[in-house]
Design a protein around this ligand. Structure first.
Ligand SMILES: Cc1cc2nc3c(=O)[nH]c(=O)nc-3n(C[C@H](O)[C@H](O)[C@H](O)COP(=O)(O)OP(=O)(O)OC[C@H]3O[C@@H](n4cnc5c(N)ncnc54)[C@H](O)[C@@H]3O)c2cc1C
Length: 303
């Protein structure tokens, strides 16, 4: 069986990796439009040794997704290259935001959450009361900003969520979907009428830790040492390069400078069109950003 993975960013490379793990005999082709792999992950090391990240700079450990990425790095032999930041360290504890030309430290302890600190107009902890009081609004989806504004008040939306969305997603919280980014927060509000009440009442439906991931030595170490975030020596692109090498050694065909132009159905299989070439394939996994996938000629099935 041939499987074609569209996009050679970290999603496409990871998809090819797990596919190879579960299906060692299939032919896997990764098509990447650019001459380089990694998509947004783009690390540059300058002559003074400092690494600059053009996109993501750190990865979190929390949740199964966070643990899984760390376990992946370990399985690729990157353990010695992992660089961690622990919760107690200043760079993890101190989040600064710039408002009207001045820098402000975001509250990071119970004491500071109970104190009125600029730019907030009241102690941050009082936002919890807003959430308990605010009426539920039945909504299939809305922007992250509007959701937080409605539940926790405008201070939290403007001074915490807006900069957070810019830092994490390089996006505007007013345009980003709450359901896509904070699905559980949205779900518990819709079910229980309040985010905080919902998290308490709905504990049994919270994500359960995957016991398989707890076997990873690095995940165990990260949990024990309370890592906040981690990266790799020479930047996150080390993960991309190592993963790509591993895939190519495992027989995965990675085609750079090969934009996907169209996908068609033909006589029981799919045909993926790229630069002057057509790849017959049984399955396609798209790891393209939605706005790029929408540029690919629509799938037409003639079977
Ligand atoms: C500025 C910024 C900072 C971020 N910081 C963090 C962070 O610190 N921590 C964190 O966890 N996340 C962070 N993120 C999010 C993270 O970078 C992304 O979630 C992740 O890199 C997305 O990977 P991807 O493979 O899904 O998409 P992309 O990285 O966008 O990769 C998509 C790939 O598809 C290719 N492609 C596009 N069109 C075609 C086509 N027609 N044919 C073939 N290939 C095509 C592109 O060239 C690209 O290589 C950040 C994002 C940004 C933008």
């Amino acid at each position: 069986m041939t499987v074609t993975v569209l996009g050679g960013g970290i999603s496409g490379l990871a998809a090819a990796h797990y596919l190879r793990t579960v299906n060692p005999s299939s032919r896997i082709v990764v098509l990447e439009a650019s001459h380089r792999l990694g998509g947004w992950i783009d690390s540059t090391k300058h002559s003074d040794g400092v690494v600059y990240e053009g996109g993501p700079r750190t990865l979190r450990v929390v949740g199964n997704a966070g643990a899984n990425t760390l376990a992946l790095a370990e399985s690729l032999g990157l353990r010695d290259k992992v660089r961690s930041v622990h919760y107690g360290e200043p760079s993890a504890k101190n989040r600064m935001i710039k408002v009207n030309g001045s820098l402000h430290k975001l509250p990071n302890s119970l004491k500071t959450a109970l104190t009125k600190l600029p730019p907030f107009s009241k102690p941050l902890a009082l936002s919890a009361i807003s959430d308990l009081r605010a009426k539920k609004v039945l909504a299939d989806d809305e922007s992250l900003f509007s959701f937080v504004n409605r539940r926790f008040g405008s201070d939290v939306a403007r001074y915490a969520i807006d900069p957070l969305a810019r830092g994490v997603f390089a996006g505007n919280a007013r345009d980003l979907s709450v359901k896509a980014l904070a699905k559980r927060m949205h779900e518990v509000e819709q079910k229980h009428g309040s985010v905080l009440k919902g998290f308490i009442k709905d504990r049994k439906n919270a994500e359960k830790p995957d016991p398989g991931l707890a076997k990873s030595d690095l995940v165990q170490q990260a949990r024990k040492e309370k890592w906040a975030v981690w990266s790799l020596q020479d930047g996150l692109e080390t993960l991309v390069k190592t993963l790509a090498e591993h895939l190519e050694q495992g027989g995965v065909e990675i085609r750079r400078s090969s934009p996907v132009l169209g996908i068609q159905g033909s006589q029981g299989h799919l045909v993926v069109q790229t630069n002057g070439e057509e790849i017959q394939t049984e399955r396609v996994i798209s790891c393209l950003p939605a706005n790029h996938l929408s540029q690919v000629n629509p799938v037409r099935f003639s079977v």
